[in-house]
Design a protein around this ligand. Structure first.
Ligand SMILES: [Zn+2]
Length: 219
């Protein structure tokens, strides 16, 4: 697979999706201009970028719907830095240690349509980065939080309460013994009203998870 990637890179050189600079899918120069997420979100949710910026809108759309999976690596690096930043304090003050990384899941129907879960790709890249840098004792669990109910696209529902209602009963926890008293880091690409993350957290807490926090690329 890596060999094939190399061949493909020669035929179709990697280019920044925004400015066209070669060598990277989304260049640092373009990302530098993106404003941080400033709109209010819950204290346990840490979004990185402002979703309204076209660079983020476009790159997340490409990652999610157009199979531009390599973008996951770029966002993983950014989220990883943010995790490190928060982790040093949380581990000391709140005993937030040995976290389990959990991607917000897709329903199996949507997973089959898309062929991958962008949040899971980001998690896999975070684990790779962490294994090189060995900063945090952290593991990835893809099969604990599952989406058992197909829900209407949250983007089509404007009201936060309606969004929360739409999600009730949509997540379940498998192998709950693995998260009992454990700290959890949830990862998703976008949070809007926080309804999805709130419902996911609720289900994890019901399964006796200790502390749950979340990181997203954008808000
Ligand atoms: Zn660029």
């Amino acid at each position: 697979m890596r060999f094939l990637d190399t061949i493909l890179d020669i035929i179709f050189p990697v280019k920044c999706i925004l400015c066209g600079q070669t060598g990277i899918d989304l260049c640092l120069k373009c990302l530098k201009d993106v404003p941080g997420a400033e709109r209010e979100s819950a204290k346990w949710i840490f979004p990185i970028y402002d979703y309204r910026h076209p660079a983020i809108k476009k790159s997340l759309w490409l990652l999610k719907y157009k199979g531009k999976k390599r973008l996951a690596k770029i966002f993983a690096e950014i989220i990883y830095e943010k995790i490190l930043e928060e982790f040093s304090e949380l581990s000391v003050l709140q005993n937030f240690t040995e976290p389990i990384l959990i991607p917000v899941p897709l329903s199996s129907k949507r997973y089959q349509e898309r062929g991958y879960n962008q949040a899971q790709l980001i998690c896999q890249e975070i684990i790779k980065i962490n294994s090189l840098r060995e900063k945090i004792d952290m593991q990835l669990e893809n099969n604990i939080l599952i989406k058992i109910k197909e829900t209407e696209h949250q983007a089509r529902i404007k009201n936060r309460n309606e969004r929360l209602k739409n999600l009730i009963g949509s997540f379940a926890v498998k192998n709950s013994e693995l998260i009992k008293n454990r700290n959890i880091i949830l990862i998703d690409d976008i949070t809007t009203t926080g309804a999805t993350l709130t419902e996911a957290k609720k289900v994890l807490k019901q399964a006796d998870a200790r502390k749950v926090i979340a990181f997203t690329v954008a808000h």
